[in-house]
Design a protein around this ligand. Sequence first.
Ligand SMILES: CC(C)(COP(=O)(O)OP(=O)(O)OC[C@H]1O[C@@H](n2cnc3c(N)ncnc32)[C@H](O)[C@@H]1OP(=O)(O)O)[C@@H](O)C(=O)NCCC(=O)NCCS
Length: 343
Amino acid sequence: MKPDVKLTAAITAMGGYVPDYKLTNTELETLVDTNDEWIKTRTGIEERRVLKDPSKATSDLAIAAINEIIRKKNLDPTEIECIICCTMTPDMQLTVTAAYIAMQIGAVNAWGYDFTAACCGFIYGLTTAATYIESGRYKKILVIGVDNMTRFVDYKDRGTCIIFGDGAGAALVEPNYEGLGVIDSYFRTDGTGRKLMHQKAGGSLKPASHSTVDAREHYAFMDGRGVFKSAVNNMADSVLKVMERNNLTKEDIAWVVPHQANMRIIEAVGEQIGISLDKMMINIQRYGNTIAGTLPICLWEWEPRLKKGDNIMLVAFGGGFTWGASWIKWAYDGSDFLNGKHI
Ligand SMILES: CC(C)(COP(=O)(O)OP(=O)(O)OC[C@H]1O[C@@H](n2cnc3c(N)ncnc32)[C@H](O)[C@@H]1OP(=O)(O)O)[C@@H](O)C(=O)NCCC(=O)NCCS
């Protein structure tokens, strides 16, 4: 470490992947009692991506996103030290998806684990990675936000099946000596929220059985209306807390990256924090809610427009409940990758 210089941790490249298949609102009309107009006005979603190939799963989405980083950065996978796979939908129970990912990408020197924090997976995982880097012990960590949520969605339940999609975003996190990267985070949880969003059977509380499958309890259950209000208030509150304690004004913020759960939630958060929609990354219309994938997929898509020094506020709310916001100072001009410049 360089003496007298504060060591921070910064994202130095983004990768992403969404499956090809587009599940449109029109197709959903053939599955459940809904319609395009209702879905668009109540959620803002027009289509979402679905991983159709039954031989593929969460790890395949993650690996595709990581491979983009390996390509862009000319990264030797043996240099990767740690893989944090943020997901609620691991390939299998009782094994670690991150270990399988490490093997598949040739990260033979990496340790890693799966990180379950629902839609907050990526911001919690990013802050965890930043802490490892700030300790001085690590130099290259991959944080992936990925979910293959459509495998847990009941296409007979119109309240949930319209919302979710599949996708992955990956970030390479490295040391920074210019004061850039993850600067501050405010995170909270509230366990009373688990009654409003969960999978009824398949966990240790209620293992899966014939009767739980017959009762469709292996699918996602969500009380959308209950989740909605908590999501808006807690997301807005987290951003305001981080701004206040760092003396940030809304003019200081280049981009807000909100969890993509519902367009109305994004609009309400924007209103409460006083930041207009043109400063918010929004792609919910194309991908729906990809759980831990939403934030890194946004950063991946917006990467070419991001500039070194941009103040970016990530904010999420998810099952558990979990919520919080992270302020990062972006560490590179994203357009450099388009110019073929390795950073
Ligand atoms: C799920 C969600 C889109 C539902 O929208 P909503 O405006 O809250 O709708 P409600 O659940 O209050 O339902 C309103 C009506 O629409 C109906 N409805 C629900 N889903 C429908 C659908 N897909 N198509 C048509 N009608 C639907 C309901 O049955 C209800 O009808 P009723 O008034 O006759 O009972 C919304 O609550 C939401 O996005 N919640 C947050 C999701 C979230 O953040 N999840 C966090 C985990 S990431």
